[in-house]
Design a protein. Structure first.
Lengths: 508, 500
């Protein structure tokens, strides 16, 4: 099952090359929908009580180097896989409704991107993870560079190159780190990259310290976190919007997921030692991202910087090193993906009407396009974590975990919640309310775009009513990931943490 | 005085003999039957026969001619890489002006002569055969570089290569003299045995000898700071020759490098490792930085070859079986990646008036996917992106380096790879991300000074099977071994285990 979820998009993409041009978009959409169906089937067959891996595939791939082709599903990745499938279906359909230049290649790259992303979520072998993690860059390099737009003298190919160089600095160091991890932990015996084996033979504290940063560099760049976000503004402004929707919605999460899947279980000592450093980076991301989102007028950058802030929250949740913080982090990853992808789709729709992506040249849309405005309002309210939305619950869990771990950090992080309300509402008002500028064409969302946007908004609403769908299934795996880290005395045991959470949820 | 002729193992020598006979046949056919132009066919036949004779002895390990040569899986695998790239060069040379100008037979005979030198070099384990091999390899190449006789650049490249190459050979020979003086033997094993208990550092004669030998080899493998000739010669030489030179010379020189350092001098590893490690790191940085901003694709590939030599040297530095496996794997992967790229450069050079300038591939993705994909895959492979043999090669090298306690060098490889993206992806961007200006066939050449000596333009060059098929084959191999690397890993491990 995991195998078919992983490879379906790529197979569709390759077959699509032989179809006529006008069909390639529809064929690709069909491919993403089939993948989505398979992912849902995967969820249906998922045993929510079990904490171990399910649906595993484990084949020796390069025996000479100790690399296995090993996949598996557990509470940490099941919803991220589902998120990937949902967002890709939406973005691909959105792209298929529009005329694309060189459609064969465009949709092949989209689908290759989906396979690579799914691969990095599903991989249970350290090297396979690194491979898929790097592979994700290839399709997005082409998508951003060849279908992107040049802006303010920054050509799309330069912006893309900057992104690639930034992200690969981290990834290549991660490759060295991964190999070092496997070799040191093998102690001269047979080298294996299997995550399970590596977790059983942890590195010495000295090695953990430097390997930790090799991995952290890769993940923090990908998110991106404060100070490592230099590639983000140019790349976001250059990218074609359907690709950007999945890029921002899913790829950024791979970094956060990497912390949970790899760093916490494999480098527990270093994680505890550097907990505060990473939390500081996360806080800086929250504050910096929020403040930058206040001031930007390019709607893409508002969304981009708000992602920096949101991913800061997710990182903070993971590095609270409490089960509830990590639960919240996973929930929030899904939530953020579900709000940011529709946000970019709305941006695309707005840009088609106003001919600009500057919010100063937008406005007054709500009068003529109430349906679009309503859908966008739901997305906006979810972004600012309105009570009642799943984002609220996610942030609550994260802050709850953080309060028990490091109260000072939690207090600062709360300001991020308040700031998110400002930038989200500012974005909504400037684009939907106010006076309609001259030359702006204000019309209702088309049926086709509605078909893309409405299901995504429905997902947001669905999760708002029933966040337990995620929390219940992630909890056992999260506990396993966090428990392995938290063996030191200053950590509250997850059992206690969980009781606290339940108590507070009841109070709420 | 009695003279005992050494016992000759004719089976072991058969590949060398086949090549020698082939050279004579190619040359003679051309002399006596100018009109027939059967050079390419005969050259391919010779190469195929040699490859078959080598493969027949796959798995054997034997000393030939009283230990002057050694036929083992390392020698066979390196020879096969050289033969493969020579066959590639033969295909790419069809309709190449250089091959015509130099006289078909001579061109192919010289190519085979160079391969003969490479086979000898890969088998050499004695200073004499080592030197004979390296000269047999080099001298035909000096001439081949200058075969494009109507282009000043080509003649310049030939002359430059001759002068720098001779300097390298002289240095090597000087080093060998010291080694012989210090140890009283020309045999690798006995040289090593002659090193006293104080080690290499305690014996100035041997130390100077080893140092000069390493410098001579560094010239041949274009390791910084002895690489300066590389971009100039690569740019000037006829492109099929450049492709051959870039891959095969490097492979053969690394084979003897391995035999001398990793086998003979293995007990003294601790003394020479740091020096070579520093050379490798320097090469990685200099090669990658040098390639930035190069507009000529051949110069770019030249500098990239310097950087790649630095990575490969890493496999030698650790002096372990895993290191040699990684080195051979990387050389094989490097052959596919480079030859694919050169095939596309050949095609565009003949089709457009831009020569090997990066503008010649602009907009290729839109118009000529069959040429754009091989070059794209080659570039992504050289940059070490996943799903290419280049990624597995880097993985292999880094694994060997970390295992051999040279993690810092592995980090250099990572950093070098990062720099390299800037120029490899620039080529990819030119193909896919800029609107291609339609270049009228036969238009006035855009590069200054090229007009009087420009070769005729052949707008169909990139559609001809003998160019497209090799390019696609190489690209397919890069992807195939990126996804299913085990066959190539086995191949490399055979070579490595032959030495330990």
């Amino acid at each position: 099952m995991t195998n078919s979820v992983l490879w379906t998009p790529l197979i569709f993409g390759l077959v699509g090359l032989f179809l006529p041009r006008r069909l390639s978009g529809w064929w690709a959409t069909l491919g993403t929908l089939v993948t989505l169906g398979l992912a849902i089937a995967l969820l249906a067959g998922f045993d929510s009580g079990a904490s171990g891996l399910q649906d595993t595939v484990d084949v020796s791939w390069i025996p000479g180097l100790g690399v296995d082709y090993s996949l598996g599903i557990d509470g940490l990745n099941i919803f991220l896989v589902l998120l990937t499938a949902v967002l890709w279906a939406g973005a691909t359909a959105f792209a298929a409704f529009r005329e694309q230049e060189r459609p064969h290649l465009f949709f092949l790259m989209m689908l290759l991107g989906e396979t690579a992303t799914l691969g990095s979520f599903l991989a249970q072998d350290l090297l396979l993870f690194v491979l898929f993690f790097d592979l994700m860059l290839v399709p997005f390099y082409f998508l951003f560079g060849a279908w992107g737009t040049d802006r303010d003298g920054v050509t799309a190919s330069v912006a893309t190159l900057k992104m690639i160089v930034y992200t690969l600095i981290g990834s290549l160091l991660m490759l060295v780190g991964a190999i070092a991890t496997a070799i040191i932990s093998a102690h001269g015996g047979h080298v294996s990259f299997s995550l399970a084996t590596l977790a059983e033979h942890p590195l010495g504290e000295g090695s953990q310290r430097w390997v930790f940063w090799f991995f952290a560099a890769a993940f923090l760049v990908k998110m991106p976190a404060f100070l490592l976000h230099g590639w983000m503004p140019d790349a976001y402004r250059a990218a074609p919007l359907p690709a950007l929707a999945v890029f921002s919605g899913v790829l950024a999460k791979v970094g956060a997921y990497g912390f949970l899947r790899i760093v916490l279980p494999l480098f527990p000592a270093a994680t505890i030692q550097f907990q505060e450093v990473v939390l500081l980076i996360a806080l800086a991301s929250i504050l910096y991202g929020s403040v930058m989102a206040f001031t930007q007028t390019d709607v893409r950058l508002v969304a981009g910087y708000s992602s920096v802030a949101q991913l800061g929250f997710v990182t903070a949740g993971i590095f609270a090193l409490r089960a509830d913080g990590a639960d919240g982090a996973i929930l929030q990853m899904v939530n953020h993906g579900l709000v940011v992808a529709p946000l970019f789709i709305v941006i695309a729709i707005l840009a088609e009407r106003s001919g600009s992506e500057d919010m100063r040249e937008m406005g007054g849309m709500a009068m003529r396009a109430p349906v679009l405005a309503t859908l966008f309002l739901i997305v906006t309210l979810a972004t600012l974590a309105m009570p009642g939305s799943a984002n609220f619950i996610g942030e609550f869990y994260i802050l709850n975990g953080l309060f028990q771990a490091k109260i000072v950090f939690a207090i600062v992080a709360i300001s991020g919640v308040a700031m998110s309300a400002y930038y989200a509402l500012r974005l909504y008002q400037r684009t939907m309310h106010n006076r309609k500028p001259d030359g702006l064409e204000s019309r209702e969302i088309g049926l086709r775009d509605g078909l893309v946007l409405a299901p995504l908004v429905l997902c947001i609403l669905g999760l708002a009513f029933y966040p337990q769908l995620i929390l219940k299934r992630t909890d056992p795996a999260v506990e396993r990931a966090v428990v392995s880290t938290c063996r030191t005395p200053n950590c509250v045991t997850p059992e206690i943490a969980k009781q606290l959470v339940t108590a507070e949820t009841v109070n709420q | 005085v009695s003279f005992n002729a050494p016992h000759l193992d004719y089976a072991g020598l058969a590949p060398v003999i086949a090549l020698t006979v082939g050279i004579c046949v190619v040359l003679m056919t051309a002399v006596f039957d100018r009109a027939k132009r059967s050079g390419p066919e005969l050259a391919l036949l010779t190469l195929a026969a040699t490859a078959a004779l080598l493969l027949g002895q796959w798995g054997d390990s034997k000393d030939l001619i009283s230990g002057a040569l050694r036929l083992d899986d390392l020698a066979i695998s390196i020879s096969l890489i050289a033969i493969f790239s020579a066959a590639f060069a033969v295909f790419l040379s069809v309709r190449e002006p250089a091959a015509e100008q130099a006289g078909g037979g001579e061109y192919h005979a010289l190519l085979l002569g160079s391969v003969l030198g490479m086979v000898l070099l890969a088998e050499a384990q004695n200073l004499v055969t080592f030197f004979v091999g390296i000269e047999t390899l080099s001298i035909p190449l000096y001439i081949l570089c200058a075969t494009n006789m109507r282009r000043g650049r080509s003649l310049e490249a030939g002359l430059k290569y001759l002068i720098v190459g001779s300097l390298g050979s002289a240095t090597l020979l000087y080093g060998m003299a010291f080694l012989y003086g210090g140890s009283g033997s020309t045999d690798f094993a006995r040289i090593a045995a002659g090193i006293g208990s104080e080690g290499v550092l305690g014996d100035p004669l041997v130390l100077v000898g080893i140092g000069l030998t390493a410098v001579g080899l560094a010239f041949k493998t274009s390791i910084a700071p002895f690489h300066q000739w590389t971009p100039d010669v690569y740019e000037g030489a006829p492109t099929p020759v450049t492709g051959f030179m870039a891959v095969a010379t490097k492979a053969a020189a690394f084979a003897v490098f391995v035999r001398f350092f990793d086998v003979a001098l293995a007990p003294q590893a601790g003394e020479w490792q740091p020096a070579l490690a520093v050379l490798a790191a320097t090469t990685i940085v200099i090669g990658n930085v040098g390639a930035l901003g190069q507009d000529s694709l051949k110069r770019l590939l030249g500098y990239s070859g310097v950087a790649q030599a630095g990575y490969i040297l890493g496999g030698l530095v650790v002096a372990t079986e895993a290191g040699i496996d990684a080195l051979v794997f990387y050389l094989a992967a490097y052959a596919f990646m480079n030859l694919g790229a050169f095939a596309v450069v050949v095609a565009r050079e003949r089709e457009t008036s831009y020569g090997d300038d990066i503008r010649s591939v602009q907009g290729l993705g839109r118009k000529r996917p069959l040429l754009a994909w091989p070059l794209t895959i080659s570039m992504l492979g050289l940059a070490g992106l996943p799903a290419t043999a280049g990624f597995i090669g880097k993985l292999y090298l880094i694994e060997a380096l970390v295992e051999g306690d040279y993690t810092w060098l592995a980090v250099f490889i990572a950093v070098g790879t990062m720099i390299s993206l800037a120029y490899y992806l620039r080529v990819v961007a030119a193909m896919w991300m800029r609107p291609g200006g339609e270049i009228a066939p036969g238009a006035t050449p855009a590069i200054a000074g090229a007009s009087p000596e420009a070769d005729p333009i052949d707008p169909q060059a990139g559609r001809r099977l003998h160019v497209v098929a090799p390019a696609l084959l190489a690209a397919a191999a890069v992807v195939f071994f990126g996804i299913i690397p085990q066959p190539l890993v086995d191949f490399a491990q055979h070579a490595g285990s032959a030495l330990f």
